[in-house]
Design a binder for this molecule. Structure first.
Ligand code: C5P
Length: 310
């Protein structure tokens, strides 16, 4: 057996996030366009007598990250062990660069990294389809975090189909102050939607065409997020970074997923650095990132980190 496996896994933004009514399982029906960006967490897995998790931080606040069984990294290992009916004991170290509870799928992507790292460490040889099944049971965004790139997500987000895109994009990524709990943002969505949520959310054709053409202007104009209004309702101050990004010349500005991170579509890396700096200055945010997209999903790798924090 290998003595150590390192896996990295990216953050995601939702280029479009259409939210429908919640089903009997309590989850909302979604039609989303996921996009993996080059801001990575890393999971290191080593064989051990018993499964343990430690956490370190690369410039983000990790004091809310649990190291007990509630952490998705440990739940991923337990789920994998259950799937292969083996007693897998592993010492895991999670190094976080992705803001916690930020709407960037940080916890989900850590689970994806843990799945590929543990699969490789014990040479389990699970097929992609098997990993996707285990991933879907862990959380709505986990399957996408395995796949990466740009993809349409339906169901509660776990049904993932790749999208054809041309070119690459640069993003300024600015965390909000503190985190936002995803269930509370969905709860606020329900409150605002009242009795008339959109029954069948869909992905905007204009966005898919723009991605296929690699048309930066059109991609920027098509960005849309149904969780933005509820996130703004809970955190009205989020309008400050959104306006600052537009004033700084971003091609598009939106709340990422359930927030409170805001993301800004930029012309290139230099433009993204400028936008990041101007938005951080407007909000008094100490740490912001610049990241390309789309990038690959969770994979065994040498350390690969996004540029930043500044
Ligand atoms: O699937 P995941 O565990 O990441 O979801 C976290 C929470 O977000 C859920 O408990 C639910 O409150 C909300 N959610 C939802 N509809 C979805 C995905 C998530 O209501 N499609």
């Amino acid at each position: 057996m290998t003595s150590e496996v390192r896996a990295v896994s990216p953050a995601k933004v939702n280029l479009a996030l259409g939210v429908g009514p919640s089903g009997e399982d309590g989850y909302h029906r979604l039609a989303t366009v996921y996009h993996a960006v080059g801001l990575y967490d890393e999971v290191v897995a080593r064989p051990a007598d018993r499964t343990v998790l430690s956490v370190s931080a690369g410039g983000v606040d990790v004091h809310d990250v649990p190291t007990d069984e509630t952490n998705l990294v440990l739940r991923a290992v337990r789920a994998l062990a259950g799937h292969v009916s083996e007693d897998l004991q592993v010492a895991l170290h999670l190094h976080k660069n992705i803001p916690v509870a930020g709407g960037l799928a940080g916890g989900s992507t850590d689970a994806a990294a843990a799945l590929v790292a543990t699969d490789a460490l014990f040479e389990l040889g699970l097929s992609r389809a098997e990993l996707m099944k285990v991933a879907a049971d862990l959380g709505s965004d986990v399957p996408f975090c395995l796949v990466g790139g740009t993809a349409v997500g339906t169901g509660r987000g776990e049904l993932v189909a790749p999208v054809m895109t041309r070119g690459s994009y640069w993003w300024a990524v600015v965390p909000g102050v503190g985190g936002l709990a995803t269930p509370s943002v969905y709860g606020e969505f329900d409150r605002l939607a009242g009795d008339s949520p959109v029954e069948h959310p869909s992905v905007p054709d204009a966005l898919l065409s723009a991605l296929l053409a690699g048309d930066l202007d059109a991609v920027g104009a098509s960005l849309a997020n149904d969780l933005q209004a509820p996130a703004l309702s809970l955190r009205p101050e989020l309008k400050v970074p959104l306006e600052a990004g537009v004033d700084a010349g971003a091609f598009g500005a939106l709340v990422s997923g359930s927030g409170p991170t805001t993301v800004f579509l930029c012309a290139d890396a230099e433009h993204a650095r400028d936008v990041r700096d101007l938005v951080c200055a407007a909000t008094g945010t100490a740490v912001g990132f610049v990241a390309p997209g789309p990038v690959s999903g969770a994979r065994v790798s040498a350390a690969q980190l996004a540029e930043g924090p500044r």
